[in-house]
Design a protein around this ligand. Structure first.
Ligand SMILES: *[C@@H]1O[C@H](CO)[C@@H](O)[C@H](O)[C@H]1NC(C)=O
Ligand SMILES: *[C@@H]1O[C@H](CO)[C@@H](O)[C@H](O)[C@H]1NC(C)=O
Ligand SMILES: *[C@@H]1O[C@H](CO)[C@@H](O)[C@H](O)[C@H]1NC(C)=O
Length: 218
């Protein structure tokens, strides 16, 4: 029992140490590549405080505000919200359950989910796969493999459908985006016979006219 605890402790230490400047630069590049107004909300991170501080400072340099609270913000900010979590951290389980329950995987929220250990990926992926990550979800799983992050998009075409994973690109110091096009709806045309269960009500106002072209969604 004691040995297990020590091993677990070393393991956590290790994964914390692995959150280095490279990870922070990746997150920053990812946001910049999106080119959208962004409010970054992080949760379930077991990173050291100074690493989190560094993340906050680095993304603020590109005009991104951060917060650690999942409490709903003003509706007007919804379109800017990008959630960040790290499957290497135990606490990310709670974040994923909370997000599933509160429907935070749906339009208009974006997600960046990090993972570095293949074992954890195997263990945690079912959480996402069973969750409501559907056709309107914009969720990117970024796996650290050596000195690269490999990015995939995940979604299920229907509530009972199997998860579809499509390549999104990689980061090796520069971010290479391999999406065939940026509009989500163009990439998600094949519903594989699943009924469409979502709907978006779009009010034609001056605000939507301003925001919609910036969302790459519709
Ligand atoms: C999904 O599966 C559940 C249980 O198997 C079933 O009750 C439900 O009708 C299915 N929903 C759809 C949309 O196929
Ligand atoms: C990253 O990948 C791109 C595209 O394959 C390549 O052109 C570039 O040289 C790579 N950068 C590094 C630092 O390896
Ligand atoms: C919307 O934009 C139009 C044209 O720019 C302007 O005339 C109108 O007053 C605006 N409406 C509101 C409610 O801001």
């Amino acid at each position: 029992m004691k040995v297990e605890i020590i091993i677990l402790f070393l393991f956590i230490q290790n994964s914390v140490r692995a959150k280095d400047a490279f990870t922070i630069q990746f997150i920053k590049s990812f946001i910049q590549n999106e080119g959208k107004p962004t409010h970054l909300i992080y949760g379930g991170l077991c990173w050291k405080k100074n690493v989190i501080n560094k993340l906050v400072i680095e993304v603020s340099k590109v005009g991104v505000r951060t917060s650690a609270s999942f409490k709903p913000l003003s509706k007007y900010q919804d379109h800017a919200i990008m959630y960040l979590t790290d499957l290497d951290c135990e606490q990310s389980n709670e974040v994923i359950s909370y997000a599933s329950e509160k429907e935070l995987f749906q339009f208009t929220y974006r997600w960046l989910v990090l993972v570095s250990s293949p074992e954890l990926k195997e263990e945690k992926l079912p959480l996402l796969e069973d969750g409501p990550v559907l056709v309107d979800s914009d969720l990117v799983l970024a796996e650290r493999v050596g000195d690269q992050f490999q990015m995939v998009e995940m979604h299920r075409p229907g509530i009972n459908g199997t998860m579809i994973t499509s390549p999104r690109g990689f980061y090796n110091g520069s971010l290479v985006d391999t999406r065939p096009n940026r509009e989500l709806y163009k990439r998600r045309r094949n519903m594989m016979g699943h009924p469409i269960i979502m709907s978006n009500v779009i009010q034609d106002s001056n605000t939507t006219r301003y925001h919609l072209p910036r969302e790459d969604r519709l």
